[in-house]
Design a protein around this ligand. Structure first.
Ligand SMILES: Cc1cc2nc3c(=O)[nH]c(=O)nc-3n(C[C@H](O)[C@H](O)[C@H](O)COP(=O)(O)OP(=O)(O)OC[C@H]3O[C@@H](n4cnc5c(N)ncnc54)[C@H](O)[C@@H]3O)c2cc1C
Length: 602
């Protein structure tokens, strides 16, 4: 047990004392006293436990404000540590548990001499609506003799025949990629009737349809789905068809109610009945559903940004967005121009070069590149790796450690990582620069992950293609594409690039565009931009939001939710979204604190 020399108290006693003081202040409904237990510069991140929202408040006045609004209804109590706290560099780290009036919660506390520096509080289950896990798992078999026996399969079949015909689902999730599937699995466990719809033929087709050389850029420890980890022999970077098959298998074994070949045509919310009217085309049949909640899990990498250029109609070669790129096989010996210099552009250039195409990359603005092995080692290794697992950092624990870092200061944890990467791979970056590649480290040198959270673009995790650019095997041209002729791509400075194929690796639009397409421009504008933190950096305009805009939390449009992100986010945040939906289905009061204001339309 660690002991603080000056006071003679142990870290455990310090944390216990803080938790007891905090609980006493809450019990006395004294927000100011509770806020006084925080340091002057402090952050409290709450995921649904107090606020029925995903919110971060700052400093004592922020804490007091949150508590004044929420402490009565939350009635939080029984705060305790769940393992022995540790201390390093003057900061005590403690894992905590507590309960609220309606649920059970866990969290994390960082304590300095001045008080709480960071606090994370997260709801993980609702009392009376616990998931059927462990001791509470279903029997499956029904022992005894029963003439009216209904087997598991019969019950499932009856459910799927009724759903959407004689029984309305409570939730419709539009989009059955990894996001929709993970949420569907959680809703099933929580007993929330739902249907996940996707226009593809089979779950996993989102990945099957992408270019053939694609492998996940994130490692296996980061990618587990809820409830069911990948097996221990799963590749570190899953090839796209393997992840597709896993998603299809997962959908089946987790009994996600999933309608393939189903396109959502429109959705309208009726303010008086508090119901959506969702019009679907299910393999040619029009079906209208009336759920109470609508989730758009339509993908942040789903709505392609395709530039409109004069001459596209006269160009005699082939042209497509990166999302439509079939892979390199048909382009051996062909001249290919790839417009863009981020992940997809590099992956596609690399695969085309491997089959012997003549490839040119057109770079318009700077990109951040980080070598995959450096990122795995220095960026993710402490949390998501075999090394982390050996040190007791399970994926669930890693998710919570990650969640415990407030976004406001997350970049300060990232900057030293990228400084170390810069040093380690100096020779690589020098070669890239010498080849004329415009490279950046993010506006404040905080690297890839902050770029992802802020703007969801502007980077490449290098798995080899950057060397092709650095050594000239893939030609690099700087400039802005302005038009196409019959045979070439034309740049602003007059450069002409002969092409048989043009690939627009120009990224994807805001998820807000899906709301405009499916619901209305008015609702899309009411909800505003989706994604980003309001950091005031490139493509993430302020003001500061504290959390990712509109993701996994209530929006300005009642009963409309957005879900998605990478596999880590889909896994972690689907829990909080599922609990918010479950509480509403059960009629549990969900007073939302700090509903996000809208500052940007898209
Ligand atoms: C080249 C590339 C590499 C990537 N590498 C990684 C990686 O390594 N790790 C990672 O986590 N992420 C990676 N991503 C990001 C990846 O796209 C997302 O993480 C993931 O696909 C998001 O899942 P999702 O479920 O939110 O969206 P998607 O997978 O895009 O699924 C959205 C679904 O919505 C459906 N849909 C949309 N509109 C409708 C409608 N009107 N009706 C019915 N269905 C509809 C679509 O058919 C689609 O299936 C990569 C993306 C790209 C493009």
């Amino acid at each position: 047990m660690t002991q603080t020399l000056e006071t003679g108290t142990t870290t455990q006693e310090r944390v216990d004392a803080w938790l007891a003081d905090f609980e006493a202040a809450l019990a006395a409904r004294d927000a100011e006293r509770a806020a006084g237990l925080f340091a002057t510069t402090s952050f409290w991140r709450d995921l649904v436990a107090f606020t029925w929202n995903l919110t971060t408040v700052e400093n004592r006045d922020g804490v007091a404000d949150l508590l004044r609004a929420t402490m009565e209804s939350t009635d939080a109590r029984n705060f305790h540590t769940t393992e022995e706290p540790t201390e390093a560099d003057g900061v005590v780290d403690a894992w905590i548990g507590f309960e609220t009036a309606v649920g059970r919660a866990r969290g994390h506390l960082r304590l300095t001499d001045e008080g709480a520096w960071t606090l994370l509080t997260t709801l993980y289950e609702l009392k009376g609506h616990e998931e059927p896990l462990g001791e509470a798992r279903p029997m499956g078999a029904e022992h005894g003799a029963n003439r009216n026996r209904v087997t598991w399969a019969e019950a499932r079949r009856a459910e799927s025949e009724e759903l959407g015909r004689t029984r309305e689902p409570y939730v419709v999730v539009v989009g059955g990629g990894q996001g929709g599937i993970a949420l569907g699995a959680r809703l099933r466990q929580l007993g929330v009737s739902h249907v996940v719809v996707d226009r593809y033929d089979r779950p996993g087709d989102q990945w099957r349809s992408r270019y053939k050389s694609l492998c996940l850029h994130d490692p296996v420890w980061y990618d587990h789905l809820p409830y069911l980890d990948f097996p221990k022999n799963w590749p570190v970077f899953a090839p796209k068809d393997k992840i597709a098959d896993w998603l299809e298998f997962y959908t089946k074994v987790m009994e996600v109610t999933y309608w393939s070949k189903t396109t959502c045509r429109s959705a309208t919310f009726d303010d008086s009945t508090k119901e959506w009217t969702v019009v679907l085309d299910r393999d040619g049949e029009e079906i209208t559903l009336h759920p109470k909640q609508l989730v758009l899990a339509t993908g942040m990498s789903g709505k392609p940004n395709v530039p409109e250029l004069p001459g596209q109609d006269v160009f005699r070669g082939e042209q497509h967005h990166s999302s439509q790129h079939p892979g390199p096989d048909a382009y051996k010996g062909k001249k290919v121009v790839v417009v863009g210099s981020n992940n997809s552009a590099f992956d596609i250039c690399g695969a085309l070069w491997e089959v012997g195409a003549d490839v040119t990359m057109v770079q318009r603005s700077s990109t951040h590149i980080v070598k995959s092995d450096s990122l795995m080692d220095l960026g993710l290794g402490d949390l998501y790796s075999e090394r982390a697992v050996a040190a007791g950092v399970t994926t669930q624990k890693a998710d919570m450690i990650f969640a415990s870092l407030p976004y406001r200061i997350m970049h300060t944890f990232q900057q030293p990582v990228y400084a170390a990467i810069k040093e380690r791979d100096r020779e690589f970056y020098d070669r890239l620069e010498a080849a004329g590649f415009q490279h950046d480290w993010g506006d404040d040198d905080s690297g890839l992950f902050m770029k992802y959270l802020r703007r969801g673009s502007g980077y490449y995790i290098d798995v080899g293609a950057a060397d092709l650019v650095a050594n000239g095997d893939v030609r690099l041209v700087q400039g802005q594409v302005v038009s196409l002729s019959e045979t070439a791509v034309q740049l602003k400075d007059g450069t002409e690039l002969e092409a048989d194929l043009v690939v627009y690796a120009t990224g994807y639009g805001s998820m807000n565009g899906w709301a405009a397409d499916l619901i209305s421009q008015e609702v899309a504008d009411k909800v505003g931009k989706v994604w980003g933190l309001g950091s005031g950096t490139t493509k993430d305009p302020g003001p500061w939001e504290g959390e990712q805009r509109n993701m996994w939390k209530p929006t300005q449009q009642e009963a409309l939710w957005f879900h998605g992100g990478n596999l880590h986010q889909s896994r972690h945040y689907s829990l909080y979204l599922a609990l918010q939906l479950k509480a509403r289905q059960e009629g549990i009061p969900t007073p939302v604190y700090g509903l996000q204001e809208v500052h940007h339309l898209r």
